[in-house]
Design a protein around this ligand. Structure first.
Ligand code: COA
Length: 346
């Protein structure tokens, strides 16, 4: 089960109007196409990094769970914007949390689906009884890597910075009670009912940052010294991504419903990855969900990729939108393409 949640976003608010000072765009265009009104950007040099934002969200999730960093068995960190090319931020977080508590730290590279993939991995470790307390983090620092000129406007208006974290594990009482019911030790019980993971690599370059890469490494880049090279910026074929997103979101949500013999009417809440408000609204309509069954906060944060679902979950919990026993659907689609869902009994 999810024992605790937390999130952190940088203080610096960037409105659509602010962006229109940097590039040829407008508040109306951005709101009409994406629903986004503002997003948060870190102030470079101000101390926020992908790992440090993940750390701040993690502290809140641990506090919310009543679990200390020394009680964790494992860390899973999902991001597409790590502080370093390698190592990934999982080890940075391990050091920040408890440097002498040398638990494993795994980095997940599944972009917008990263958090749901991470929940799935955590759930498997819990189910086998290998671990009892796992910290799952999604954190992104997009702003430093965006092309903030008119050339990059179809991408740069969409993405924002932030982090969310959850502690996945077994509550002491729950482990005992359910273990007895199941005639076992109590280990291995989980309230993650099922997870469903997919990928289709043939579309990898439709939403990607392709440099630096093994085929275009730093030595080449320095030699070329080409200020017009756009390959270090995210490329997105927006229409193509949109069409695939609405199909795959619906498929993977239905897959989770079918696997558990429930219908969309049984869901208390669905938290879709906050890709674009228009995508969420389309899915809501297609699945026949009421407004109160779908949580959206992209208006305030933009698309924070692997962080979007845990930030939204943290806010939804703080607003009292979930009670014990409620059915929660998480669903995501993004670069890869990858897509995934998780059905959780809260
Ligand atoms: N401001 C103003 N105009 C912009 C703009 C911006 N920020 N970005 C693009 N435009 C322009 C284009 O240049 C184009 O102009 P043209 O007609 O003169 O060539 C016009 O707006 C339409 O561009 P298009 O890309 O067709 O717009 P769209 O309606 O498809 O909306 C997206 C663009 C990116 C908002 C939309 O495709 C989308 O949301 N896609 C999915 C994105 C997503 O979810 N990504 C994350 C997946 S995890």
């Amino acid at each position: 089960m999810i024992l605790g949640v937390g999130h952190y976003v940088p203080d610096h608010v960037v409105t659509n109007h602010d962006l229109s000072q940097l590039m040829d765009t407008s508040h109306d265009w951005i709101v009409e196409r994406t629903g986004i009104e503002e997003r948060r950007h870190v102030v470079l040099g101000g101390g926020d990094t992908t790992a440090s934002m993940g750390y701040r969200a993690s502290l809140l999730a641990l506090k919310n769970a009543g679990v200390s960093a020394e009680e964790l068995d494992f860390i899973i960190f999902a991001t597409l914007s790590p502080d370093y090319y390698f190592p990934g931020p999982g080890v940075q977080l391990q050091e920040m949390l408890a440097p002498d508590h040398t638990i494993g730290a795994l980095d997940i590279r599944n972009q917008c689906s990263g958090f749901v993939y991470a929940i799935s991995v955590a759930d498997q470790f819990i189910r086998t009884g290998m671990y009892r307390r796992i910290l799952v983090v999604g954190s992104e620092l997009h702003s430093a890597g965006l092309d903030m000129t008119t050339r990059g406007r179809n991408v740069s208006v969409i993405f924002g910075d932030g982090a969310g974290a959850v502690v996945v594990g077994i509550a002491e009482e729950e482990g005992k009670e359910e273990g007895k019911e199941a005639g076992g030790t109590g280990l291995g019980m989980s309230k993650v009912l099922s997870t469903h993971l997919h990928s289709e690599g043939r579309h990898a370059r439709e939403l990607a940052v392709i440099s630096p890469s093994t085929q275009h490494w730093v030595s080449h880049i320095l030699k070329e010294n080409n200020p017009n090279d756009e390959s270090y910026y995210p490329y997105m074929n927006g229409n193509f991504v949109f069409k695939h997103a609405i199909t795959r979101f619906a498929e993977v949500i239905n897959e989770a419903l079918r696997a558990n013999g429930v219908s969309s009417g049984d869901l208390k809440l669905m938290i879709p990855h906050q890709a674009n408000l228009r995508i969420s609204q389309y899915i809501q309509q297609k699945m026949g969900l009421r407004d109160e069954q779908v949580y959206n906060n992209i208006m305030r944060y933009g698309n924070t990729t692997a962080a979007s679902i845990p930030i939204a979950l943290s806010e939804a919990v703080a607003e009292g939108r979930l009670q014990r026993g409620d059915l929660l659907m998480l669903a995501a689609f993004g670069s890869g393409f990858t897509w995934a869902s998780a059905l959780i009994r809260w």
